[in-house]
Design a protein around this ligand. Structure first.
Ligand code: NBP
Length: 482
């Protein structure tokens, strides 16, 4: 009997996805560049299963049922192109290549188009959930050649995480690189969620002077509220974890955050598309700032250490902080969905936002109860332009407003950096202001560069230039919007 699917790449993700597919009754053929890893896998974790090995790409192709489905779980970038180039001469028309790595979506756009010319279908799929997700149920976000989806769907939906209603956290996202785009936004949102939690932690630790056991209890309680999520849950575990000397391990970890680039890509795409994705972008910058450790140490000596003490009823502050965190999180997701909406419009992807929320409901790092509410919001209005306008989320934003402002103002007053929570509030203040000071900005642009402006008392699209000083000419610059 031939294999149902081939997987190339036997590192942590590949091995665990293969074992997951095997558990669901699929016959998987496994291949890896370094052949010894095939043997190690077959004699190790795959021992006693139906998984078979292939020591060359030809052997892999020969062992697969038609149309062949070959999934790459290798390092993103050139390695993917190199495998595709080697596979093309071995495959038949109608065969399917799937890239399950963390690929930047323009690469997927290009690969879908190139392979289409050769009659080969290509799927670029985000896979989230790390090692455990891959083994027992990841969130899977596939996009690319729609003709390929019916062949891949049963396998992917079988191995994916499931919601509490047993719905698979995997569905077709859209054409071209839509799947990898949605995975990129997922990772950007993950940056935002993590940053928000760290800001709450610093407020509690430095401002309220709380112990790690107290903070752990707070996160345990928060996890029973609308904030219920994987990241809040692991934060409570981390805060309670003691080193061998009985002290909290978290305080022994160097405060410089790493990043692999997906948050940065999300920010870059937002800038390219003109979407105010402030919270995620602040989270990326917060990681950049954290990495300037030596400079920060010097600057603290230069400017003096801040006392940062927050006075008042601790329980009242903790509840205010919870509300500020929840409201900021709504803004982060609202901005992320704005970005996806713009990308969908620009690329003709026709994204289903409710389905995206459902795909993130389980299996992935940002999984949370909250995503069910997002799905409900898009069920009510599939074209919702701002998540905060949905009645459920609007209610939370309104109810949290006073506490959120209190936390933001206090953090500024005592010098606790909370870039994500404060930028989220500033965004909402801007978004809900009908008249912003951009009129003055347009006047400045026209003053120094003759960039022209529109008037509130004239139809839109009619442009004016003023000779502000009496010394300039009447010639205006080309009018364009970037
Ligand atoms: P890695 O990203 O570490 O990639 C390891 C695989 O790439 C091995 O099979 C390795 O073969 C192969 N490879 C490399 Br590296 N260079 C190669 C080359 N020049 N030619 C051929 N093969 C090469 O594995 P991973 O952590 O399992 O991740 C796989 C994909 O999934 C990545 O795109 C990753 O970003 C993504 N992802 C990872 C996670 C996670 O939690 N790790 C989560 C979600 C998505 P070799 O054994 O011969 O060196």
């Amino acid at each position: 009997m031939k294999g149902d699917i081939g997987v190339i790449g036997l590192a942590v993700m590949g091995q665990n996805l293969i074992l997951n597919m095997n558990d669901h009754g699929y016959k998987v053929v496994a291949h890896n560049r370094t052949a010894e890893k095939v043997d190690e896998f077959l004699q190790g974790p795959a021992k006693g299963t139906n998984i078979v090995g292939a020591y060359s790409l030809q052997e892999l192709v020969d062992k697969l049922e038609s149309p062949r489905k070959i999934m790459l779980m290798v390092r993103a970038g050139d390695v993917v192109d190199s495998f595709i180039d080697k596979l093309i001469p071995l495959l038949d028309k109608g065969d399917i290549i799937i890239d399950g790595g963390n690929t930047n979506f323009p690469d997927t756009n290009r690969r879908v188009a190139t392979l289409k010319e050769k009659g080969i279908h290509f799927i670029g799929s985000g896979v989230s959930g790390g090692e455990e997700g891959a083994r027992f149920g990841p969130s899977i976000m596939p996009g690319g050649s729609p003709e390929a989806w019916p062949f891949v769907k049963p396998i992917f939906q079988a191995i994916s995480a499931k919601t509490e209603n047993n719905e698979p956290c995997c569905d077709w996202v859209g054409n071209d690189g839509a799947g990898h785009f949605v995975k990129m936004v997922h990772n950007g949102i993950e940056y935002g969620d993590m940053q928000l939690i760290t800001e709450a932690y610093q407020f509690m630790k430095d401002g309220l002077g709380m112990t790690h056991d107290e903070m752990q209890s707070v996160f345990i309680e928060w996890n029973k509220t609308e904030l219920n999520s994987y990241l809040v849950e692991i934060t409570s575990d981390i805060l309670g974890y003691k080193d061998t000397d009985g002290e909290p391990l978290v305080e022994k970890i160097l405060d410089t955050a790493g990043q692999k680039g997906t948050g940065k890509w999300t920010g870059i795409n937002a800038l390219d598309m003109g979407i105010p994705l402030t919270l995620i972008t602040e989270s990326v910058f917060a990681r950049c700032l954290s990495s300037l450790k030596d400079q920060r140490v010097e600057a603290e000596e230069l400017f003096g250490k801040k006392e940062s003490i927050v006075e008042g009823d601790k329980q009242v502050w903790i509840e205010a902080l919870r509300q500020a965190l929840l409201a900021s999180k709504i803004i982060s997701y609202a901005q992320g969905f704005m970005l996806m909406r713009e990308a969908s419009n620009e690329n003709g992807w026709d994204l289903n936002y409710g389905n995206v929320a459902l795909m993130w409901r389980g299996g992935c790092i940002i999984r949370s109860a909250f995503l069910s509410n997002i799905r409900d919001a898009y069920d009510i209005d599939p074209e919702l332009s701002f998540l905060g306008s949905d009645s459920y989320f609007k209610g939370i934003l309104e109810n949290s407003m006073s506490a959120w402002r209190k936390v933001a103002a206090k953090s500024m007053e005592v010098g606790i950096p909370m870039p994500s929570m404060t930028s989220a509030l500033t965004f909402l203040d801007g978004y809900t202001t009908a008249r912003l000071p951009a009129n003055l900005l347009q006047a400045q642009r026209d003053y120094f560069g003759a960039h022209t402006y529109e008037r509130v008392d004239k139809p839109k699209g009619e442009f004016f230039h003023t000779n502000w000083t009496g010394k300039g000419g009447d010639v205006s610059s080309t009018t364009y919007n970037s």
